[in-house]
Design a protein around this ligand. Structure first.
Ligand code: MRU
Length: 343
């Protein structure tokens, strides 16, 4: 399954706000509209946001009317800024901007036509690399899973959150493909319900048995020894191994520690931000309070209720048993093991 891709001068993606009831494909020729779609979470999940940004930059450059390298370079700055204003936590977005800018600069002596072609090619390469990374993460991660395991996951770290296959869900899919007869507890993941709407949809398609629970049920099932391990994705990992992921991940990690359940994180190395010394420095996105006060158009709370809506939290490295990447499985102390991934 593809989540976001390049097709005949357009960027196409599955509109995730319509799932699980309707599989609608959106098509973009204007990069600004694509950036708006990312902000509105029509596509979400850190690796998918990174891939869509790379494709969006290629789109913007491709249709630019700039007549010189300098003018095209200014256009690139504007395009990058537009994407950087969409979602601040997922570092894959910033990673994709850097990589596309480097490609642009490396080719400054070529014709504008050639630069455009090269950037489209680079964005397509990023799409394919993301799928390949997920497959490798799946393979490494599945080696940690015993036959018959019951796995709890949070949010959606599946094919929909990447260019295809998924990170945490990729590990689960791979274990299933290897015949390990795994079962999954899916946290519904308030307030946007990525678990209830998207992870269930993917697991159903993959014919992997699952049980949907509300977020506050995880401790109940851990105490009853119904959960063998937890595996989640990540939006940004600092140099010391602190992990920013969907709000509620931290509470899960604390519960897992209390019940001696191993807590794993799966992500591509593009999610690791060696520039940040610890999770305290990770910017946390605050989203519209309407996500909390309403379900669809239906209000849930008395008017004037004070609301907070941080979209992510940070799990301290000491609660993370291992970080599964496409290169290898990194373990504590993360300061050393994460750095080594880039050598
Ligand atoms: O707000 P979202 O839906 O973009 O948040 C997604 C998550 O937190 C995922 O767990 C994370 O991006 C990893 S996806 C492979």
């Amino acid at each position: 399954m593809r989540t976001v891709w390049w097709s005949k001068g357009r960027v196409k993606l599955i509109d995730q706000t319509k799932l699980p009831f309707k599989t609608e494909i959106l098509e973009f020729r204007d990069y600004r509209k694509l950036a708006r779609a990312i902000k509105g979470m029509r596509l979400r999940g850190a690796p998918a946001i990174g891939v869509a940004t790379a494709l969006g930059i290629a789109l913007g450059i491709n249709y630019s009317k700039a007549s010189s390298y300098e003018k095209l370079s200014q256009e690139l700055d504007r395009i990058i800024k537009t994407f950087q204003r969409t979602r601040p936590t997922a570092v894959n977005l910033f990673w994709a901007c850097r990589r596309m800018r480097e490609k642009f600069q490396e080719n400054k002596d070529r014709s504008l036509k050639e630069i455009k072609r090269i950037l489209i090619q680079e964005a397509k390469r990023i799409v394919q690399e993301d799928i390949d990374c997920c497959r490798r993460i799946g393979k490494y991660g599945a080696s940690l899973i015993k036959k018959g395991s019951s796995i709890l996951t949070h949010c959606n770290a599946g094919a929909l959150a990447t260019a295809g296959y998924g990170t945490a869900l990729g590990v689960i899919k791979r274990a299933h493909e290897e015949g390990k007869r795994v079962k999954v507890f899916v946290d519904e993941t308030r307030p946007r319900l990525q678990g209830a709407r998207l992870t269930t949809w993917e697991l159903k398609k993959a014919k992997i048995p699952f049980t949907l629970i509300t977020d506050n049920m995880a401790g109940y099932f851990m105490k009853k020894k119904k959960v063998d391990l937890v595996i989640v994705g990540a939006d940004r990992i600092a140099r010391n191994g602190d992990v920013a992921n969907k709000i509620g991940t931290y509470s899960l990690a604390v519960l897992a520690k209390e019940h001696k359940v191993p807590f794993y994180v799966a992500c591509p190395t593009s999610t690791i931000d060696l520039r940040l010394s610890s999770g305290n420095r990770i910017p946390i996105e605050e989203r519209d309070i309407r996500e909390v006060t309403h379900i669809g158009n239906r209000p849930l709370v008395p008017k004037g209720t004070k609301i907070a809506n941080p979209a992510f939290d940070v799990t301290p490295n000491k609660l993370v048993k291992a970080i599964i990447t496409e290169k290898r499985i990194a373990r504590r102390p993360y300061r050393q093991s994460l750095k080594k991934l880039f050598i």
